[in-house]
Design a protein around this ligand. Structure first.
Ligand code: THG
Length: 268
């Protein structure tokens, strides 16, 4: 299981402010908290700092690393991606993301190879957003074939089936679950990742839907998540789900989660 902490993203107001004001303590603190909660990588997205994505990204990565975090570079901008990967220290660099769109693929692939990075590959191509499981599997198949032919190891590929809001389609969850099962069967050595929170967009009690969808997707074979690791209930369910799926020898991580108080109500 690979966990990418999602919180350092300038689409969030507090982060945009902290990055623009160069509030190093804030970014370092948020890095430490996400790491201590179990994040393997710290997603860093400065794409909404319009005039200075590169300067902001450099500053954010330096502070993430000063706090012991390993950045996952979240940008569609190849120049920013190159900079982010070049700054990454202390672990394998990670690209978030490329896709099957020809221009995105063409610009990002050389960077994946140059830095021997892990790569999140979105199940999206020039035909647009996937409509169903079959669209996702078709794009995933092309991506895996092209990436491995270019020399990317299977185990470095993280396919993202692209979660869409349940509020816009009753079958949004089902199509992703079907895609996960088919991808896992066809390419058992690749990984499958997603950002969970899209599933709940436009509905109340979003955390409940995000948590339940985490359990459902993990049961179908998803093995990596971009999520808020400070959501204690989410991390508690994640450890419980891993134990129940035979991914936690002697329930060690589940027991550690219990000792960390992840199953206690806030304030209890
Ligand atoms: N796949 C990949 N990368 C991704 C996503 C994905 N990166 C971005 C996103 N989706 C995942 N990251 C976040 C980061 C923050 C929030 C949600 C997803 C977030 N949202 C607030 C909310 O939902 O309440 C609103 C913003 C705010 O706080 O102002 O915090 O799918 N590969």
């Amino acid at each position: 299981m690979l966990i990418v902490g999602e919180l350092i993203n300038t689409s969030r107001k507090a982060i945009k402010k902290a990055v623009e004001e160069r509030d190093a303590a804030y970014i370092q603190d948020l890095t430490r908290q996400q790491r201590e909660a179990g994040a393997d990588y710290i997603d860093v997205n400065c794409a909404t700092v319009l005039n200075d994505e590169l300067g902001s990204l450099r500053w954010a990565i330096e502070n993430i690393q000063a706090a012991g975090g390993l950045p996952c570079i979240d940008t569609p901008n190849p120049e920013a991606m190159d900079l982010g990967l070049s700054l990454t220290q202390g672990g394998q660099p990670m690209v978030n993301s490329l896709s099957g769109e020809s221009e995105r693929y063409r610009s990002m692939l050389p960077l994946v190879l140059k830095y021997k990075a892990r790569v999140i590959a979105l199940c999206l191509d020039d035909q647009g957003m996937p409509k169903n499981a079959d669209d996702r599997v078709r794009v995933a198949r092309n991506l895996v074939q092209n990436l491995t032919a270019a020399g990317v190891p299977m185990g470095d590929i993280y396919l993202d089936p692209l979660v869409q809001p349940l509020s816009t389609s009753d079958s949004a969850g089902l199509e992703v679950l079907a895609a996960i099962r088919q991808i896992k069967e066809e390419f058992p050595e690749t990984h499958i990742i997603c950002g969970l929170s899209n599933i709940s967009y436009g509905l109340p009690q979003r955390k409940v839907l995000n948590q339940v969808f985490m359990v459902q997707t993990m049961t179908a074979g998803m093995d990596a998540y971009i999520l808020d690791p400070l959501d204690r209930s989410m991390m508690g369910f994640l450890r419980a789900s891993q134990a129940l799926l035979g991914q936690d020898p002697f329930c060690m991580n589940y027991l550690a989660a219990f000792r960390q108080g992840l199953y206690e109500k806030a304030g209890a």
